[in-house]
Design a protein around this ligand. Sequence first.
Ligand code: SF4
Length: 506
Amino acid sequence: MGISAPASASSLNPAKFQHFQTRIQDRMQHRPRYRLLQGHPMPKLMLHAEDSEREMLLDFLPIQDRKLIIGVIPHTFCNPQVKDCGWCTFPHESYSAEKAHIVSSRVVEEIETRSRRLGLGRKEVDSIYFGGGTANLTSPDDFLALAIALDESLKINSAEVTIEGTPQNFIDHIITRDAAILDVLETLPAASKRISIGVQTLKPESIEEMGRKRFGNLETIDKLIGKAHKRDISVNGDFLINMPNQPVAAMLSDIETAIRIGFDQICLYSLVLFEGLGSTWSRMPEKLAGMPQVETAYANWLRVRQMLLEAGFVQTTQTNFERQEVNQGPNKFRYELSSFDPSGVDGIGFGPAGITMITDPKSQRGIKILNTHKSMRYAEQIEKSDTAFGFWHYYANLDDLLMGLWARNFSRGFVRRIEGYDPVERHPELIEALVEAGLLTISPKRVEVTTRGSFFTDTIIGLLTEERAQQIREGNQENQRIIARNHLNDYTDFYGDSDDWGGGGM
Ligand code: SF4
């Protein structure tokens, strides 16, 4: 098979091709999950970082002259009135102002120490994202201290800075009772500023059921958008669709309102909910029974997506939609797009549950490191040893690392230059089966994710990583590096025993 041509059916191994056809059908019977937020491999396949390895990991790969993005999780605390808002699979713990202060102070230390050890020397940063349980529960003073640590350790003048949180807390902060977080954000020496708010739904009964009443209502959000825009801060809203028994009319009504009140970006998440997930609703038969069938969920997403496109939004990633004028201007949202591009971007994660992914294209190596999740355990580790690495995975070649690329359109020639092979030829039967299922299109120069593929990206990435996941599992067993159950407790407390633990919340 020539590298510029898609596989022809005659050149494929029929048994392998059929195997992938069956696997695709199996996977597409389930609603998509959010593996992309975590990247490959999932924590269950990573090695627990022993004390003796933490130092080695700190210096493992030099940061190259590549784009750098920074994720900061000041703590994993949040304060809904219903446990996990019923559905959330993101790391979260009950809020305490005192603990949040302790943890975010340790994050300041981690930023300073790791930046020094990595020799970042005021390296230019492309984008910074303050996320986590509810990042805007951080006190304005602590948020400022984190920003100062970043500004002193790195070069953030041309960066985009985002902080996420609940709407009410941006305009009536739990500690300062004012809009001080917005004021701090406004004064940061960065090129563009954003807030990202977890709206989920505008329907009052659903907000109440999720225990999110005190996070604000439509009026709060409308007011917040005005205050942010006055400070030249753009606003993203995260919305859930395909919730149990949610009529499509309700989804459309939420998004129609979101467009009208002036969100610059809208993120659509199809709710992840299935038996065994570990969230509260996943243990409630009536919630599970109320979930739409997969094809209905896809049809609902298509209708909401169409509404956004007709209103002048452009789809920038699997979940993000952005107003065209914002997308073409200086405030175009950068962080998420960059986070899907390990081929050209390194990422460093600070704070509990922070994810670091560093690539060295010259040596064809890479590393993924996950910080400890539990906030107070993270703080203890930083105090003791300057690092809080919980899990790690070493990429002996870049194939694993580049899996994330398949979530978006990419040039075959570009990957060929980095990897030395054509990505389509590496998995001919699988790619052909994905094309046949309508999830990808392949041209001589490009791999493109179809509209259907952008809803079922989880199937694409899941299948591409399936074989490697098995190899990693077997390799770890051979090396007797099976992750001890107690090491995983940190994670399974949050997520049950599901593979789908990269889910979203806020
Ligand atoms: S959705 Fe947000 S507020 Fe709710 S449990 Fe998750 S992190 Fe906490």
